[in-house]
Every structure is written in structure tokens, then in C-alpha cells.
Design a protein around this ligand. Structure first.
Ligand code: AMP
Length: 373
């Protein structure tokens, strides 16, 4: 299909935001777009994606279907994504047609590969866990000698919510059969796929920062949130985080640098480990709205979702100031069945994603409790 796409620099009210990905993040982005008088077109391969309920238009097609991508690009005024595993080639194809894709290819590609991502973080002067690329058992052994034990082996690509990773705790010596068995098991666990080995970070807490950058380089940062994971999945995000002003300032400075260096347009989530002395280690970043920023819907005038839509539509960014303390709690699996009791709680925003089946480990919704207005 040959189409000439000419996306505007600024998407005005009644314009259409194209979103690649149809999960809960796409759904909440679409709701935020509607609040600004914008429509959204959701593109997703899944036939029953939660975002379709709120979309003006939908395309159900593979991310590599060039005809469908071209028709989608022709129908919208700008393209964004809610899912960082959109193939980089598809974004390159869309850009080649003349489409505006925000955030751009560099931010997406860097985040898709944990090795490239960590190297990027180090080049801007921020710290990461010690790491070593792993392509086979021999490089895994080299990695263990370099990063020490315990260590975490993670696939370079397509990991999320603790998937595609395994811990190596063995204290056996390198020459023992038990050591050989333990590392062979770890290598199997990640599917013998290109991976990186990370040294275990003895963190005191985990925090994240949600930041936004406009096409003109304006930057707005939300307050850092403190995150608690359960079984590798985010359980709660609380604001304010129990960190010093200096640590918060350092986290802001790192997020700012990342947004600038990636020439970023949109909202980004940066996850950090905080050490006992307050030092920060960057774990990873997501080139999209982030689960640890859901509290902004109820504790800020402008949510991360609206902020992202503003940024990609070329609008002025909103004030990220937090007007309340809050705790966001994910409703995972059966927990969302409790909606009636949750909806009766005072000062609690209830957000359900409209997913039909509550499978274990599946994010079904979240609540945000205002703890101090
Ligand atoms: P990730 O998929 O990289 O976000 O990792 C999921 C969770 O595993 C993190 O939020 C941490 O709680 C834990 N984790 C990941 N990497 C490390 C590490 N190098 N050291 C200690 N804990 C880690």
C-alpha cells in the first residue's frame, strides 16, 4: 500500500491519537485523550484487548502487518505506544512513511535490550548493577566471576513483571558438579536466549520517577514513588517515598538527563534501587506510562496519562504537582472480585480494566487510597 502520511506537529481537539497496544495502559491513555477532546485509535493483535472498549476506532492486526500499519498511520494524527515490545522495525516502517511516532525509535530500541539500556545509563553517568553479557555457559561463568553471587540472569529482550529471569544463588565452587548443574539450570530457565547477568543489588527500597518531555524540550517530573513488589509484580506505589530530599533530587537529575539524551517526547518511567547510603542504581526505564505512576490519577491535577497525551499531541505539559499523599495498590487476579467493598472505601479511587478473566498474576485493576489530602 502506498500512502503519503503527513502528521501535524500539534494535534488539535477532535484529532486522533494512534496507540500501538491495547492493554490497560492504552485504555487509560484513551480515557485521558477523550478528556482533552481527542479521539483514539487502538492497534493491537489481541482480539479482546481492554482498550477497545474506549476507542473511537480499532485495528486488530499483527504489529508486523505493513498494510494494516500504513492504513492505521493514515487514519491518525500521531502515533504512540503503550507497550515497549512493539517491533523496532515496525516503528521504522511507520516513520519511513512520514508518520510521527512519539517517543521516537531511539528511546524504544534502547529500552528493548537490557544490555544496550544499561550501557546507555552508564554513558549518562548514572549507576547500574554490575552486568555481563551472556550468550552461552562459558560467558555465564565469566559473568559470575565478574559480578559475584547471588546474581540474576535476565533475557536481554521481552522480559516483564519478573518474567524471563532467574536468580543464581549457588555458593558451590566453580569446579564442582553442583555448580555446573546450577548454571545449566539457570541457562535453561531463560530459554538459552541472549541474556545479561546482573549482580544482586542489596537495596533498601525501590523507587521510580515518572517524567515527561515535550517536543520543545520542556520537562516535568512527578514526585518519586516508593514501590513494593510481590512475586516479581508491582503491588504498591506510595507517595511520598521515604527518601531524603537529596536522593529525590538525584533521581530527578538522572531522569532529566535520560529524557534529554533520548530526545524523548512523552512520559517515561524510571525505576531505581536505593542503597542504604541513599545512592541510586538505575534498574530500568519504560518508554511509556508506567504502573508506578497510576497514583497520579487521584493525587495530581494532571495524571501521567493526560501528561503523555499532551506531550505526544504537542500540547503544553501540565503541572505534575502532587496535592495529596497516596498509596496505589494493584488488584491482581481474584483481588478485583472485591470491587464492591473497595468502592465503599472513603477517599479511594477505583480503576478496573474490564478484563474478562481473572488469571493468577494478571493485573485486573488498581485502587488509589488518598492517605493525607
Ligand atoms: P525487572 O524485571 O528488572 O524490573 O526486575 C523485577 C524486580 O526484581 C525488581 O523490581 C527487583 O525487585 C528485583 N530485581 C531485579 N534486578 C535486581 C538486581 N540486580 N538486584 C536485586 N533485585 C533485583
Amino acid at each position: 500500500m502506498s500512502v503519503a502520511i503527513n502528521h501535524p506537529d500539534i494535534v488539535e481537539p477532535n484529532g486522533t491519537i494512534g496507540i500501538l497496544g491495547g492493554g490497560q495502559l492504552g485504555r487509560m491513555l484513551g480515557v485521558a485523550a477523550a478528556e482533552l477532546g481527542l479521539k483514539c485509535h487502538i492497534y493491537c493483535p489481541d482480539e479482546r484487548a481492554p482498550a477497545y472498549d474506549i476507542a473511537a476506532k480499532t485495528t486488530i492486526a499483527s504489529y508486523t502487518d505493513q498494510d494494516a500499519l500504513a492504513a492505521f498511520a493514515a487514519d491518525v494524527d500521531v502515533i504512540t505506544y503503550e507497550f515497549e515490545n512493539v517491533p523496532a522495525e515496525s516503528v521504522a516502517y511507520l516513520t519511513g512513511l512520514g508518520a510521527k511516532v512519539r517517543p521516537g525509535a531511539k528511546a524504544l530500541e534502547t529500552s528493548q535490550d537490557r544490555l544496550v539500556e544499561k550501557q546507555f545509563v552508564n554513558t549518562i553517568g548514572a549507576k547500574t548493577a554490575a552486568f555481563h553479557p551472556v550468550d552461552d555457559l562459558s560467558s555465564l561463568k565469566d559473568g559470575l566471576a565478574k559480578v559475584g553471587r547471588p546474581a540474576i540472569l535476565k533475557t536481554r529482550r521481552f522480559g516483564y513483571d519478573g518474567k524471563g529471569q532467574t536468580r543464581i544463588k549457588t555458593t558451590e565452587t566453580d569446579l564442582s558438579a553442583a555448580f555446573e548443574k546450577a548454571i545449566a539450570f539457570a541457562w535453561e530457565e531463560v530459554g538459552a536466549a541472549p541474556s545479561i547477568l546482573e549482580g544482586f543489588v542489596p537495596f533498601e527500597r525501590e523507587i521510580s520517577i515518572i517524567g515527561a518531555r515535550s517536543k520543545d524540550g520542556q520537562i516535568r517530573l512527578y514526585d518519586p514513588a516508593e514501590n513494593v513488589h510481590r512475586d516479581g509484580i508491582l503491588k504498591t506505589s506510595s507517595v511520598p517515598a521515604t527518601i531524603t530530599d537529596q536522593t529525590a533530587e538525584n533521581a530527578r537529575a538522572i531522569a532529566t538527563k535520560m529524557l534529554q539524551e533520548l530526545d524523548y517526547v512523552g512520559v517515561m518511567g524510571v525505576e531505581f534501587f536505593v542503597l542504604k547510603d541513599g545512592d541510586l542504581i538505575v534498574n530500568e526505564y519504560a518508554p511509556r506510562v508506567h504502573n508506578s505512576g497510576h497514583w497520579t490519577q487521584d493525587a495530581c491535577a494532571i495524571s501521567q496519562f493526560e501528561q503523555h497525551i499532551r506531550a505526544v499531541a504537542g500540547w503544553p505539559l501540565g503541572d505534575p504537582r502532587r496535592h495529596s499523599n497516596a498509596v496505589m495498590e494493584n488488584l491482581i487476579g481474584d483481588e478485583a472480585h472485591n470491587w464492591r467493598a473497595l468502592a465503599s472505601e472513603p477517599d479511594t479511587g477505583v480503576h478496573l480494566y474490564g478484563k474478562r478473566e481473572a488469571r493468577p498474576g494478571r493485573k485486573m485493576g488498581h485502587v488509589t487510597r488518598i492517605t493525607k489530602p
